[in-house]
Design a protein around this ligand. Structure first.
Ligand code: FEO
Length: 177
């Protein structure tokens, strides 16, 4: 059975992951509004992953005999001055999430909750990947600068990202129903 301290911290993490989902979905809208549909698609895939992350914590708490409690989400940012700011924010947000996963790992160890360690190790690996991808796109946007051709090329490239099978955020999936 999961202890109260780790349950509380994981419930907080559900909120952080759902806020990630919500922030990225807001970025999707902003990017579509600038006709950067490839980047919007990439960010939609990212939003999907955040919903999955929230559900992993949700189910872990329940599977371990705890109670998942949903919390209010914080006020959302809905506007950015540039596409560079969008991806810089995404990169900074992933660094914040990494710090939260590190805190959870510390709590799990202090509480001797060994059953949570494999899952938290998965999240640590995931954060390495998510920081790498968002940081790389932010760096590429800085290189591209005001070059519209470079921006369009990057938009096309990011539009190639593949949705996980059956994603509820994939228009192909929900329009087929
Ligand atoms: Fe769920 Fe992007 O961290």
């Amino acid at each position: 059975m999961i202890g109260d301290r780790l349950t509380q911290a994981m419930n907080d993490q559900i909120k952080h992951e759902l806020e990630s989902y919500y922030i990225y979905l807001s970025m999707v809208s902003w990017l579509h509004d600038r006709n950067l549909d490839g980047m919007a698609h990439w960010m939609r895939c990212q939003a999907h992953e955040e919903m999955i992350h929230a559900m992993k914590f949700f189910d872990h708490i329940i599977d371990r005999g705890g109670k998942a409690v949903l919390q209010d989400l914080k006020q959302l940012k809905t506007d950015w001055v540039s596409v560079e700011e969008v991806f810089n924010d995404a990169y900074a947000h992933e660094q914040f999430i990494t710090s939260k996963i590190n805190e959870l790992t510390t709590i799990a160890r202090e509480e001797k909750d060994y059953a949570s360690e494999p899952m938290l190790a998965w999240f640590s690996d995931e954060q390495v990947e998510e920081e790498a991808t968002t940081g790389k796109i932010a760096a590429e946007l800085e290189m591209v600068g005001k070059d519209k051709t470079g921006l369009l090329m990057l938009d096309r490239e990011l539009g190639q990202r593949v949705f996980p099978a059956g994603s509820p955020l994939d228009p192909v999936a929900y329009n087929a129903k």
